[in-house]
Design a protein around this ligand. Structure first.
Ligand code: FPP
Length: 253
């Protein structure tokens, strides 16, 4: 298990994204209802946010509720929404203390009004915090985001606010939920599943993927540090060859 001291502070990813998975299986393992897993998952959220803030990571995006999660039994959806509201209230002090500002990506129009109100007031209350930006992906899916971006873009072309010939990758990114947020350098998925599950499809083109067997409710700071240390051992080539990367690095030093 890695400790904070093993992390190289000069080579941190600026954005880490996490697919928090395994709450249901964790609950089952403990002979409890699925909701018990989600409740304990909140402790892991707190630990992960604190670990990221302590290291000085700039952006942390958590996949808290996918578009597909709306298809879960109503009872579980309601419990997750309640847990979200409750957690935001109870964690506010800790967010302020750690200088964390909150953001959301996703189809928030679909969220119940009370949840939306709570989220937007938390975003407002934390907007001047200068530390970690915690982004919750809620009612989010990568395909929804891309399609939604295309809709907005088509409207701009129709209204002559955008000319087709001006469209570049950078320009397209302005239409995504994550505009102004750098792509994640590292994506962590817990619970031993090797899938992306419709998360940040556009943004993870060059992201390093880290999979761990740990079920989300058991995920602690040391597991987060493990993922960062593992990331730091990798060579990121962006389609280039190893020698080119070494030359670039030497020039930077
Ligand atoms: C995946 O486990 C987890 C979720 C769909 C919900 C994640 C939510 C939380 C951790 C709690 C609230 C979040 C915040 C940000 C306060 P799963 O249910 O798919 O597990 P399984 O694959 O074992 O069934």
């Amino acid at each position: 298990m890695a400790s904070k001291e093993q992390v190289n502070r000069n080579a941190l990813p600026s954005h880490v994204a996490v697919i928090m998975d395994g709450n249901g299986r964790w609950a089952q393992k403990h002979g409890k209802q699925r909701v018990f897993g989600h409740q304990n998952g909140v402790v892991s959220v707190r630990d992960t946010v604190e670990a990221a803030a302590e290291l000085g990571i700039k952006y942390l995006t958590l996949y808290a509720f996918s578009t597909e999660n709306w298809n879960r039994p109503q009872e579980e959806v309601d419990a997750l929404m309640m847990l979200l509201v409750h957690s935001i209230k109870s964690e506010m002090e800790s967010l302020q203390k750690n200088k964390v500002s909150l953001g959301i990506i996703g189809d928030t129009e679909k969220m119940p009004e009370n949840v939306r109100d709570e989220l937007y007031s938390a975003i407002d209350e934390t907007k001047n915090n200068t530390g970690l930006k915690l982004i919750l992906a809620l009612s989010y899916s990568g395909r929804w985001e891309i399609l939604n971006a295309v809709r907005k873009l088509a409207r701009d072309i129709k209204n002559k606010d955008l000319d087709e010939s001006d469209l570049s990758f950078e320009h397209f990114e302005n239409y995504l939920e994550t505009s102004k947020i750098p792509d994640p350098e590292l994506l962590i998925r817990t619970s031993g599943e090797f899938r992306i599950s419709n998360f940040l499809l556009w943004q993870i083109a060059y992201t390093e993927l880290y999979f761990t067997d740990v079920l989300w409710p058991d995920f602690r700071k040391a597991d987060f540090f493990d993922a960062i240390v593992d990331y730091q051992s990798r060579e990121r080539r962006f389609g280039k060859i190893s020698a080119q990367i070494k030359v670039n690095k030497e020039n930077e030093e």
